[in-house]
Write a protein that binds this ligand. Structure first.
Ligand SMILES: [Zn+2]
Ligand SMILES: [Zn+2]
Length: 313
């Protein structure tokens, strides 16, 4: 499984094993918190201020038991706090509001919504008005390289092994991976939260970013059951995020590459990674770093207002 060669050439696929990069990826930990379409909807609603339980139910039409469970998760993760609305000694309806940690997910949610707008996805997408950027502009946000100022583009990134003895990555928690409850399986115009809210789909997209594109490589990297992998690949292809090419005809073997639409998820992933670095404070050496090819510096992102270029994170 470790296909690293003894040679000195380093490329995205052999600098560090793909399964290592996928597992040690901080985005996994972010998706443990927000990788659920309902949670993203709830966060989006709370971005505009505190809300009571019943208000959230009415706004996004979420089943009450689902909302209760998701709010519990968000409180445990330190993203939301529950505050008593009633006067002292009187039973009042509890309200929920974002903590600073939860509020810092705003750029990620904005990027998700921008992706949805750009690709004109239909159906149920993130609802509620997004608050303006800290500069006051209701403009889009953008992710750039802090060194050279270029917009982040997955094609400009190259992954390098940075440590000879990196810490063994923790496996993502063995959560039950469920099909999104909010989006139809076959929805061709699925919003970004629908893609990222399906853990297997998110991991397959991550594998493609890290250079695991052949069916057998993805299977090995994710240790995913073949029937689940086949179904997700078919769906991601139908959704226009991956394109399938035949690289060997007998027996037929396919490779899956990110399309323009799939590649454009990258800024969202960068924003999630930045959030994880700020709030989850990873101490261990991940064992790999990302080089920004245009400026040849290790990639450090800046998330800024698209209009005045002020930092939003
Ligand atoms: Zn750069
Ligand atoms: Zn601005």
């Amino acid at each position: 499984m470790n296909k690293r060669t003894a040679g000195s050439r380093v490329s995205a696929s052999d600098a560090a094993p793909a399964h290592w990069m996928i597992r040690s990826n901080l985005v996994n930990r972010v998706l443990d918190v927000i990788g659920d379409a309902w949670i993203m909807q709830i966060l989006s609603v709370l971005m505009s201020g505190p809300h009571r339980f019943d208000q959230i139910v009415a706004l996004i039409n979420v089943p009450r038991s689902t909302l209760a469970a998701r709010l519990r998760q968000l409180v445990e993760a330190g993203c939301v706090i529950k505050q008593e609305a009633g006067a002292k000694g009187r039973k009042g309806a509890p309200g929920y509001r974002l903590t600073a940690k939860g509020g810092d997910l705003a750029p990620t949610l904005k990027l998700i919504r921008q992706w949805n707008d750009h690709w004109r996805v239909s159906g149920r997408v993130l609802s509620g008005a997004m608050p303006p950027n800290p500069c006051g502009h209701a403009a889009n946000v953008e992710v750039i390289c802090a060194c050279c100022g270029r917009q982040s583009d997955a094609r400009d990134m190259k992954v390098f092994q940075s440590s000879l003895h990196p810490v063994e990555p923790r496996l993502p928690p063995n959560k039950r991976v469920r099909t999104s409850e909010v989006f139809a399986e076959s929805d061709a115009a699925i919003p970004a939260e629908g893609v990222l809210g399906d853990r297997w789909a998110g991991l397959i997209v991550a594998a493609a970013f890290f250079g695991a594109t052949k069916y057998s490589d993805i299977e090995g990297a994710l240790r995913i059951a073949p029937n689940i992998l086949a179904a997700r690949l078919e769906r991601l292809t139908k959704q226009g995020l991956l394109s399938r090419t035949l690289y060997q005809s007998s027996p037929p073997r396919h490779a899956y590459h990110l399309t323009e639409k799939g590649l454009s998820l990258y800024p969202i992933i960068v924003a999630m990674d930045a959030w994880a670095r700020k709030w989850m404070k990873p101490r261990e050496d991940l064992g790999w770093r990302i080089l920004h090819k245009p400026c040849l510096e290790w990639f450090a992102p800046r998330i800024q207002c698209a209009r005045c270029k002020a930092d939003v994170f």
